[in-house]
Write a new protein. Sequence first.
Length: 63
Amino acid sequence: MNETINAIQTYLKGVRAEWGKIIWPEKRQVIAETIFVIAIVFVFTVSVYLMDLIFKGLFGLIK
């Protein structure tokens, strides 16, 4: 039981040490990248929707 507790404590100490090494991005960069991701998702969503409409129309001609 003590070995498990020691292992957990060692792990958490390592996590705390690594946490201090993190370089957080600036707020401006986070906002810019978030907007970029939202725009890409929007473009792909519209593309898939348009392809769905096109294929639905083409398959409607086959029936």
